[in-house]
Design a protein around this ligand. Sequence first.
Ligand code: TXA
Ligand code: MG
Length: 331
Amino acid sequence: MTNIFYPDDIQVIASSLLAGEVIAIPTETVYGLAAIIDNKAAVQKIFELKNRPLNHPLIVHVADIDKFLLYSKNLPAYAMKLAEKFWPGPLTLVCNKSDFIENYITGNQETVGIRIPNHPVTLALLEQVNCGLAAPSANKFGKISPTEAQHVINDFGSTVKVLDGGKCKIGLESTILDVTHHDFCMLLRPGMISLNEIQATIGETEIRTRFSQNQRVSGNLKYHYAPNKPSLLFHNHSELNRIFQIFNNSVYVLHIKEMDEYQNAHYQKMPSLHTEYAKVLYQNLREADQSSFQAIAIEFPNDHLEWQPIIDKLVKLTAYTHETYKLTEPA
Ligand code: TXA
Ligand code: MG
């Protein structure tokens, strides 16, 4: 029996969600593991399925601004400008929560992350259920997010149904912005909506980027989005050669620039446009992880501003391996 459902099945999926099932849904960023926010047992099941610590808050997905206003309170004027400009879209606003949001969604914090996703199937589903859907990315805690239905099946097997809405158009998680303060906002997680776009929308209001200590954004963990294989970033040929040396040439290379291919490694060319790169990054990491090669080597892209959210992910997913292996030869 297949666990994959299609847009024609929205009615069935809506009923299952309302009956308390946890179901994977498509969004433009990554697939989410969704439950009705009013159903405590269903929301708790999300944490169990993901192996996610209970104090990591979930993002609430809503169909429209009315629901956003219902679930939040005390919004600064600039937050409404952001909502109007970027929704539906890959921006999550962390706001003061209203009484309609229970503590089991927010990890007992007084704030809630909310967004309107830009995916026609999920927007239709949200209208059907007429309630917010709590949904973290549909991967095991700390692992690579899914950008197509099959990725969810690969990770969760027959334990969850998936609503197949095709490949995610953005491919990286949403930008998260804390808008709980009236005189400034705070970037909690970089995403494909850039600081420049945000600044242009909110005018004079300051954007801070220093992460506060007491806020729990799992994207803030030092290691995250990690493949199972050792994964390393390289900046040049000598660093790549060092990786070949360490892993006996058994390396899956994700590169952007043209390269001479040699030494029995596998070379996978990545797009040079940041939006295209973002779209296929997780897919390629999954393929690299499933390959027979021992390690993954990823070419560091250029550090122009628009690559920042991608570099953030690459640094986190390689952090663990970089602590173990030094790419420069000891002097
Ligand atoms: O693009 C996305 O945002 C995807 C799709 C499914 O919408 N969702 C996603 O959810 O990435 P998740 O749970 O994997 O990452 C959301 C991050 C978590 O690290 C969580 O800690 C943080 O958002 N978060 C949620 N509510 C928060 C809050 N009230 N305060 C601070 N951080 C919050
Ligand atoms: Mg996640």
